[in-house]
Design a binder for this molecule. Structure first.
Ligand SMILES: Nc1ncnc2c1ncn2[C@@H]1O[C@H](COP(=O)(O)OP(=O)(O)OP(=O)(O)O)[C@@H](O)[C@H]1O
Length: 311
């Protein structure tokens, strides 16, 4: 199989996560129904869906916190619980929790100890993750005095402590202000640029749409789309002309969709060719415009819900 190239330029043929036929029932509730997708290495994968669509359940199964009714969720080909040193491979934030009276620094130090990081590298690891999440200056303040965004960043720092290859973040943008969301996007882009992988869930598409290389969209416990983000949201070219038949013929048919008696839809990037053909053959153009990549439209079409997050 030929590897794809992500925005970070990495070869992502290899999948770090492989979810196969995952089904989870809670009594009569089918939280997940035959969910399958992969998470490519060296890229950010957005795991998108409305509230209650099954994101947290999937991530909990992936992290060995909940047993599936059937199917499997493997990281590097193994269930999380069977990995020899999971914290070195996966850093996860499902629900940020830290004792409010403890300082961020203490919280991280205790965690470093619990993870079994060697004594000599513990301090360095804690300082490094504090720097990465831009909390060095606030390290000595109690977590109870942190803003929501700072708590979110502290949780990410915890996930980074084991220097993992894969980050699993459940709704990391929840409650963040615009600056916090910008920070998160930057952080994820830098993360992928280092060749690392992330699986990031969100019910608010706009928060992550610009950041993800791949998307998995889940709706009512079923995967409705798993693809490269650029391909999903690929824009298109809309054309209106009274000579739509003639133009369609000149364009040769491939990728040309007749959307009305005087309108055509063409693949992204074909506007220039349309303009040249119209000029050459004297075809009057009433309208020619390109719509940009639009993950939001795909999300809405596939789930039938507004992408703003209201479930
Ligand atoms: N422990 C549980 N017991 C019973 N039902 C559950 C349990 N956990 C989840 N569910 C149900 O499974 C479905 C999927 O829930 P899940 O939390 O995975 O969705 P989600 O996409 O993460 O939603 P949100 O964005 O609100 O966190 C929902 O119908 C939920 O009510």
């Amino acid at each position: 199989m030929v590897g794809e190239r992500t925005r970070s330029g990495r070869d992502t043929a290899a999948a770090i996560v492989d979810v196969r036929g995952l089904t989870k029932r809670y009594g009569r509730v089918a939280a997940l129904q035959d969910v399958s997708f992969t998470v490519p290495a060296g890229a950010v994968t957005g795991f998108l869906g409305a509230n209650g669509s099954g994101k947290t359940t999937t991530l909990r199964i992936l992290l060995g916190l909940v047993a599936p009714t059937s199917g499997s969720a493997l990281i590097h080909g193994r269930p999380y619980r069977e990995m020899s040193d999971p914290a070195r491979t996966v850093g996860a934030v499902l629900e940020p929790t830290a004792h409010p009276a403890r300082t961020g620094l203490d919280h991280l130090r205790c965690l470093a100890l619990a993870l079994g990081l060697p004594r000599r590298s513990r301090r360095h690891a804690v300082d490094e993750v504090l720097g990465t999440v831009e909390l060095t200056a606030a390290a000595d303040r109690p977590v109870g005095a942190y803003s929501l965004g700072m708590r979110g960043r502290l949780a990410i720092a915890c996930a980074l402590l084991g220097d993992p290859e894969l980050l699993v973040l459940d709704e990391p943008a929840n409650g963040l202000d615009p600056e916090g969301i910008r920070w998160l996007r930057r952080f994820l882009r830098d993360w992928a640029a280092q060749g690392r992988s992330a699986l990031v869930s969100s019910h608010v598409l706009a928060e992550v749409a610009q950041t993800v290389d791949h998307v998995v969209i889940i709706d009512r416990g079923r995967v409705v789309l798993a693809a490269e983000a650029a391909a999903v949201g690929a824009g298109r070219v809309e054309v209106r002309t009274p000579q739509a038949d003639q133009l369609a013929q000149l364009l040769g048919g491939a990728g040309v969709v007749r959307t009305g008696h005087d309108s055509l839809r063409l693949p992204y990037g074909s506007a220039e060719r349309v303009g040249q053909l119209c000029a050459l053959h004297g075809i009057p153009l009433v309208e020619l415009h390109t719509t940009g990549p639009d993950l939001e439209r795909a999300f809405f079409e596939l789930t039938g819900r507004a992408a703003g997050g209201a479930a």
